[in-house]
Design a binder for this molecule. Structure first.
Ligand code: FES
Ligand code: FES
Length: 909
């Protein structure tokens, strides 16, 4: 057939059943993304003639004679940007940018009327990162950017992301946006059973299919146990996983990997493999799994670091300070209840994927969508007995992570296929695999008992956590310890007790998720604190002011250490006061008597860096043209660290952000970076960049003083030159002069992530609940954050808006349903509802005015913590509106209605 793409004529023959999205990508129009291939996300949006369509739903042959415009084709004839591309740049209407091409193409087609009703017009386009505020601002033509100033003057300003132009024009490259000669395609055969032994695999028919290159089974994989979780200390997670295993522990586990010349052939071959399973009864409930006599899910030696395999307990935690029983005896009021949180998915729009190949020197290269390239490299070396210099792992731009890409879920099997076949191999998860075979947030049951005296002072806190780690223990211990730590450490109370268990079940493995366990325990504890305050008749803000820790108070940790957390700054008091004031100032909602109005709040604390080591190195060099080249290990997945690193370097070097060029997330460019998780992109990697910039500035000024024979104190580093006394020498000239003396301006900076500071978040909501239907509407969302010095307010605000939006979804409706056979029952965006534009209110964001003495240039972390207090703040607002205390997320309308009926509270007037 013949058709036009962005003005160019193509003569092609689509394969039977091929969709327009995959055809366009095969023609290298990589601005067309895949988020779901089911018409639910809008990432694949293109213009077909003049109409925006989801190209994954359009059969390719229907493009015959038509004119297709992708994001790349929106540019004018002279390369001018389309006004909507400019608008998304000016408002920075993106974070990871994976949805941005589809958003821009859709918004660019809207008329004035549709622009006024974006919730309706954008119902087919999902964004998981932004919370939609920045997208609405872009559509409205708002400009948030500030100009790039010399002298480091842009520190604290809204500077554009360095990749901004590439994001809005579709030039930016993600993992799958690569052309690789001779590429093979991998598909995974996954178990339909939650618990089974593989008796036999018959691959004969699959291998006989023309185009099939290999079928990999447990017989081809190393019998070496590892964890898919990536941490600086690999001993933090149990070694309980094999690349391919005969023992099946969840529905969706890998059974075989098919490598073929095309995806279609690999899929056909997958269906030809016959597997004989010995099916076992599945253990789906963690309470049952830890009972004596329950079937053992992992039968491993002590070296695997599973705490008690005989009881399916991967990790256990017990600790106390003071005497809780005496504390409860001294209490005038006690709240004692059990809270439950559900399984939720990260739902980053870019699915997991990796491409691997060997170069001429047989060095293994893995291009992957990962938050942890360095730790993934180390894991591959250990698995396949490869020296570090024989493996390179790198990430292009990552299309969202939220902790889900702090795992090795594709790289190990791709590496195996590359090493077996000697050819380049690609594996890209489908959306269904993302739900059924990646990881999720840990479902938890949290028993909370808190007591206080009549004057409002806490006398005792006790929590008991049961965390469902699923089939494998990746992040199980870490999430349990973290969940138990800051949620309790937030309160000054002499008597605290914590018990916790992370338990194996035959369900999808849980893993790292934004908040790392804190969102679950925060829901329980902040709900309990609200009940205490109500019982005592004390305003919830006043109750927190009475009981939260203040500088000087011990930060009581029951974790085994290290105890290196300090008050580098403290802004919780400001956050509490600000949300209280703003909530009180809410204008009347103006709703009918059908609606009950309520207000609620919750607070959260987070250590700014994970414990037990997080290391980063940054390298800086001045090139011959006087540009600073910065190499960092941390990945960019929408968290904005690239911009912030440029701002830190520019501030220290006295230059503009535009004169700092950044390369990142590649094991070949710096020695080490633990990874972009735990909100460490600024406080660890950023600290390394600050150190490298300071060392480089000193080296340049030392040389300038020697070269000009001026006093060192009279030398000042400016935008692109040094002022030495009254003389101006360009950096270009200085670099040349230094080179003539054998001097290269280069520096390294390191950070080890200790000591650690604390950051705080307070969320407030005003909501309305419909008396007859239980519908919940968020009327106002107010968030105050103690982020230290805010290096880029626009980006930091976006992180908070996105975190609150994601948490609203988890609090109100997101839930991965597990059927009676252990399978995920809703593995699509159509059935697993993530917030769309219409679902999310604007969150008003406020920052405390603090300077952190431990963070780089006063900054603290703020990527994941805004998520944590949202569910409790909503629950507390529902309680305020209806009188009903909800003990389980999500707060779906039917659950709320049932709770009202059960409690005797009647929604009907
Ligand atoms: S990829 Fe087409 S709508 Fe999601
Ligand atoms: S910016 Fe929208 S999905 Fe990441």
């Amino acid at each position: 057939m013949s058709f036009l793409v962005n003005g160019a004529v193509y003569q092609v023959t689509p394969r039977p059943g091929q969709c327009l999205r995959s055809l366009l990508r095969e023609l290298s129009w990589f601005g067309v993304k895949k988020g779901c291939d089911a018409g639910d996300c809008g990432a694949c949006t293109v213009r077909l003639d003049d109409t925006p369509v989801h190209s994954c739903l359009i059969p390719a042959f229907r493009a015959e004679g038509r004119n297709v415009t992708t994001i790349e084709g929106l540019l004018g004839p002279g390369g001018d940007l389309h006004p909507m591309q400019k608008a998304f740049h000016a408002a920075q209407g993106f974070q990871c940018g994976f949805c941005t091409a589809g958003m821009i193409l859709t918004v660019a087609c809207l008329d004035q009327g549709q622009l006024r009703s974006l919730p309706d017009a954008l119902k087919g386009n999902l964004c998981r990162c932004t919370g939609y505020r920045a997208i609405a601002d872009a559509a409205a033509g708002l400009r948030h950017l500030q100009d790039d100033l010399p002298g480091g003057g842009t520190f604290g300003c809204n500077i554009a992301a360095p990749a901004s132009w590439d994001v809005v024009t579709g030039r930016v490259r993600y993992t799958m946006d690569a052309e690789v000669d001779g590429l093979l395609h991998m598909k995974i055969l996954r178990s339909p059973h939650a618990a089974a032994h593989v008796v036999e695999i018959d691959s004969g028919a699959a291998l006989a299919l023309p185009g099939v290159v290999a079928v990999l089974t447990y017989e081809d994989a190393p019998q070496r146990y590892f964890s898919t979780a990536r941490h600086e200390r690999s001993a933090d997670d149990p070694d309980d996983t094999l690349v391919l295993d005969r023992v099946i522990r969840f529905a969706g586990q890998r059974v075989a990997a098919i490598v073929a010349e095309s995806e279609a052939i690999a899929e056909t071959a997958r269906d030809l493999i016959r597997v004989d399973y010995d099916v076992l009864p599945a253990l789906l409930d963690p309470e049952a799994a830890m009972r004596p006599g329950a079937r053992v899910i992992h039968d491993k030696p002590a070296s695997s670091r599973i705490h008690d395999p005989s009881r399916n307990i991967v990790a256990e935690l017990h600790g106390h300070v003071g005497d809780v029983e005496a504390g409860f005896a001294a209490a005038d009021v006690i709240h004692d209840a059990t809270y439950k949180t559900q399984r939720v998915q990260h739902a980053h729009l870019e699915t997991h994927g990796a491409i691997g190949w060997l170069d001429e020197e047989l060095r293994l290269h893995i291009r992957t969508s990962s938050q942890t390239p360095f730790l993934t490299r180390d894991a591959l070396c250990a698995l396949y007995d490869l020296p570090r210099d024989k493996v390179r792992v790198f990430s292009a731009r990552v299309g969202g992570g939220f902790g889900g890409k702090q795992e090795m879920l594709t790289e190990d099997i791709v590496a195996l296929a590359v090493l077996k076949t000697g050819r380049p191999v690609k594996l890209e998860f489908t959306r269904e695999e993302q739900f059924a075979a990646s990881t999720s947030r840990h479902p938890m049951r949290v028993k909370v008992k808190v007591g206080a005296r009549r004057d409002g002072r806490l006398t005792a806190i006790s929590i008991n956590i049961l965390s469902n780690t699923g089939a494998y223990g990746n992040h199980g211990p870490g999430v349990l310890f973290h969940a138990a730590n800051e949620s309790v450490a937030l309160y000054r109370c002499s008597n605290k007790k914590i018990d916790g268990y992370a338990v194996y079940t035959n369900t999808l493995p849980s893993g790292a998720f934004r908040g790392y366990g804190l969102s679950q325990t925060n829901f329980a504890i902040e709900s309990a604190m609200d009940e205490l305050a109500r019982e005592l008749g004390i305003d919830p803000f006043t109750f927190r002011r009475l009981n939260v820790v203040r500088p000087g108070d011990p930060l009581v940790s029951i974790d085994e250490g290290p105890h290196d957390v300090e008050y580098g700054s403290y802004g919780l008091d400001q956050c509490l006061d600000r949300v209280k004031t703003e909530l009180a100032a809410a204008p009347p909602a103006g709703l009918s008597a059908d609606w009950l109005i309520g207000r609620g709040m919750a607070a959260g604390m987070i250590d700014t860096i994970p414990p037990r080591g997080h290391r980063a190195e940054s390298l800086l060099q001045v090139s011959g043209d006087g540009i600073y080249n910065l190499a960092v290990g941390t990945a960019e997945f929408g968290n904005g660290t690239t911009t912030v690193h440029a701002q830190i370097a520019a501030a220290v070097l006295g230059t503009t952000v535009g004169r700092v060029r950044i390369r990142q997330s590649d094991t070949d460019i710096v020695a080490h970076d633990t990874g972009a998780f735990g909100s460490t992109g600024i406080v660890v990697a950023g600290a390394a960049t600050r150190a490298a910039a300071a060392a480089l500035a000193a080296a340049i000024l030392d040389f300038a003083a020697t070269h000009t024979k001026e006093d060192r104190k009279a030398c000042v580093l400016c935008k692109d030159h040094v002022m030495a006394g009254g003389r101006r020498i360009s950096l270009r000239e200085l670099v040349a002069a230094a080179a003539a003396c054998g001097v290269v301006f280069t520096s390294k900076g390191h950070s080890a992530g200790s000591p650690r500071s604390v950051a705080f978040n307070v969320q407030g909501f005003e909501i309305a609940v419909h008396r007859r239907y239980g519908e919940i509407r968020v009327l106002r969302s107010i968030h105050a954050a103690d982020a230290g010095v805010v290096i880029n307010p626009m980006q930091c605000r976006g992180q908070i808006e996105g975190g609150v939006a994601q948490a609203i979804g988890a609090a109100l409706y997101e839930e991965m349903l597990v059927d009676e056979d252990g399978r995920i029952a809703n593995p699509t965006f159509r059935d697993y509802h993530i917030p769309a534009f219409a679902d999310i209110p604007i969150t008003e964001v406020h920052f405390a005015d603090t300077f952190d003495t431990l963070g780089p240039l006063g900054a603290k972390s703020m990527s994941e913590s805004p998520y944590n207090p949202v569910a409790a703040a909503l629950a507390n607002a529902i309680r305020d509106a209806t009188g009903v205390r909800l003990h389980q997320t999500p707060f779906a309308a039917d659950r709320l209605y049932a709770a009202c009926l059960t409690s005797g509270a009647h929604l009907r007037p």
